[in-house]
Design a protein around this ligand. Sequence first.
Ligand SMILES: [Zn+2]
Length: 354
Amino acid sequence: MKKLFVFLLICFTVIQPTHQYVKAENDFYYTKDIEHLFTHCLLAYPEIAFSKNNEMREHYNTDCITHNEFKFILEELYKNNYVLVDINDCYSVENGVAKISAIKVPKNKKPIIFSFDDVNYDHKKLHLGMIDKLILSDNKIKEYTLINGKENITEDREFVCILENFIKKHPDFSLNGAKGTINLTGYDGILGYRTQKDNNINRTEEIKKAQEVVNYLKNNGWNFASHSYGHYHMKKISIEKFKKELDNWKNEVETIVGHTNIYVYPYGEWEITDDFGNISQKHKLLKDYGFKLFCGVGMKQFYSYLPFDKNIKEKSLFMDRKVIDGFTLKNRTNFLNPLFDSNLVYDYNYRNLI
Ligand SMILES: [Zn+2]
């Protein structure tokens, strides 16, 4: 009997897939297979973004998607049985270290995380195709844009409103009220408010307004991650500068959005070990600052522990994110098509203006 037990135990251990754990439970199952997609602020006014005299149009064509493309993507994801989950439900923290958690999802659904990078509405890009800022009005989030000196308030052009509207129409697209993760830098403020220290004009008022928007978002299923302060190349800056950047994020952004466990590398450029294969000083700093889940960029799904080197016992939880932008919609269809039909999504009308 004991032999049989050991035999069964060995068989069970061998056939268990290492990357995935699935267990049926009534109408739900548990899984560690989680897709993470990300994009940038949407092109709310594609007719401006892609117009001939817009110096940003090539950049936008490569790095961004339009509000209509985002709407199509949501329709497609919903049709293909994806469900939004909260990134903070996908891991647990034990003794200060993040471990992958299986997430409980309805049987017919596949979990997905959506995150949004660089949501500051950089003043250098104002009036070139994106909105100016998110505002709180009538106890909901709206979009504010000045066009030819005229205030334009909309509710269907940026990812926050579009996602909120979509979930109102399809509540089962969101598991337990999950929305998305907003990845913030701080060098030019957040969400369209100039909250950075070097802004001496109306800074207190800007922080107050940003705080109202943040509070609303946090109470409605959104969460925040650090995307560094200055959007630098991690490998190119000195350790001293790197520390200063972390201090700035903590003093100017964390004070508004609260603590986050999640660090999203600018340009997807990450460093965990140094040239000698040891944990790098910069990675140690990130951990000292309380970051526990590290997000990169990659078209293949990856959610695991790094470094791979078995001799290094100190592991960090790492999650790659698939980028959705003009370039990948056109050139990485093999990676995107299991999620949605990118050809159907691609906004030929506007992009052909380029
Ligand atoms: Zn970025």
